[in-house]
Design a protein around this ligand. Structure first.
Ligand SMILES: Nc1ncnc2c1ncn2[C@@H]1O[C@H](COP(=O)(O)OP(=O)(O)OP(=O)(O)O)[C@@H](O)[C@H]1O
Ligand code: SF4
Ligand SMILES: [Mg+2]
Length: 370
């Protein structure tokens, strides 16, 4: 790993060993992140985004377990660390995380300041006035008044709470901050402001960031690189600009098409028929094959390798150099597109359905009526 790289992840595999079977939440994740750069991770609910984040901190809770692979964080092999070593050597100091839904679990009985000071006391032995001074400085950095230090969580708006959580994650000046759905519960205006602040902080403090969200549209502004996840796999990884401009993986293509654009007329919203699979028993071959509009016969049988296409890594048979794979015949098995309504919605002009005033498609209306 060279000096410019802060994080190198290779073949990282994390499963949950449940009584119902082994949940293959993350398989063979491989990517790296440069110092001061950012990665956006996107994918539908349940695809393994948070599992990846917890794995990077070596903080996967039972029944979850890192099964194999390596995580090199600034020269430290994270998977070798015991729980106490991870707490002592990496968490907060080298990597901190804004947990999904963190603002909902701020303790209501303690003031903001009391909660913010904890990591300073635990990791650096800083208390009293000095701790207050540092906390206030970071509150101001995230565009809050220092006086928030003495307030209680119930006195703050959702956006203010989330800014407090972000300020706390930055307190010990980590090299890397992971933000798991940092703005999901907030309205779009507050979301945009916080994302802009994060962009500024990344530059000012020279930290690397990993943003996790199921919403691709908000990642465009803040990510240098993108990782698209599906069913425990990173299916596409590369520079964000390249992927937005020309998505290579059929799943990424569909996710991009599902981003509403208020500047153009939307006659219908694209969506991907079917649902993500149960990861105890994921589909054979390519895990996306039951929902893929480009599926081939080979996709049902054989797991795709990762192919580099124009600098982007894509896990899909379409880019195989083996001609017998890349030119495999169209799938003869039924995919979700064989579903009549889904096919209509996908197939263009004739299948287009107007959105009614509620913004719902007919299918959604019908479901609601039922
Ligand atoms: N504690 C657990 N025990 C068993 N299975 C789990 C556990 N936590 C997560 N999983 C499973 O692991 C898979 C990945 O979950 P994960 O929370 O990482 O997804 P996610 O992409 O973060 O989803 P979301 O967008 O909803 O936050 C899912 O199938 C989920 O059901
Ligand atoms: S491997 Fe096959 S099923 Fe999977 S994304 Fe590529 S074309 Fe679709
Ligand atoms: Mg999650």
């Amino acid at each position: 790993m060279d000096d410019d790289t802060i994080l190198e992840v290779k073949d990282l595999t994390t499963h949950y060993l449940t009584t119902d079977g082994e949940v293959k939440a993350l398989d063979d994740a491989t990517f790296s992140l440069d110092r001061g750069a950012s990665i956006g991770i996107a994918g539908e609910s349940g695809c393994g985004k948070s599992t990846l984040a917890f794995s990077l901190l070596n903080q996967v809770q039972p029944p979850g377990q890192i099964m194999s692979g390596s995580i090199n964080l600034d020269g430290i092999e994270v998977t070798d660390l015991s729980e106490s070593e991870a707490r002592e050597k990496i968490r907060w100091k080298k990597v901190s995380m804004v947990f999904q839904g963190a603002m909902e679990i701020m303790t209501p009985v303690y003031s903001v300041g009391h909660q913010m000071k904890e990591p300073l006391k635990y990791h650096k032995g800083i208390t009293g006035e000095k701790a207050r001074e540092i906390c206030e400085r970071y509150l101001e950095l995230v565009n809050l008044e220092g006086a928030i230090f003495d307030r209680y969580p119930h006195e703050l708006s959702g956006g203010q709470k989330q800014r407090v959580i972000i300020a706390t994650a930055l307190l010990l000046e980590p090299n890397l901050v992971i933000l798991d759905e940092p703005t999901t519960a907030l309205d779009v205006v507050v979301e945009a402001r916080i994302m802009n602040d994060l962009k500024r902080l990344r530059r000012e403090l020279d930290i690397s960031m990993i943003f996790i969200t199921h919403d691709l549209s908000i990642l465009a502004e803040v990510s240098d690189n993108l990782a698209i996840m599906y069913a425990g796999w990173i299916v596409e990884f590369g520079e964000a600009y390249d992927i937005y401009k020309d998505p290579k993986h059929p799943y990424t293509e569909k996710l991009m098409a599902a981003i509403p654009d208020i500047r153009t007329d939307i006659e219908r919203l694209e969506y991907i028929p079917g649902v993500p699979p149960n990861l105890v028993n994921p589909p054979s071959g390519c895990r996306f094959h039951p929902r893929c509009h480009k599926a081939m016969e080979v996709c049902k049988e054989m797991e795709p390798e990762i192919h580099e296409v124009d600098g982007v890594n894509v896990k899909c048979h379409l880019y195989s150099e083996d001609e017998s794979i890349a030119e495999s015949q169209e799938a003869e098995y039924d995919t979700a597109y064989e579903d009549e309504a889904a096919a209509e919605a996908y197939e263009g002009e004739e299948g287009k359905r107007e959105l009614d005033e509620t913004g719902m498609t007919e299918t959604e209306d019908e479901v609601m009526e039922e």
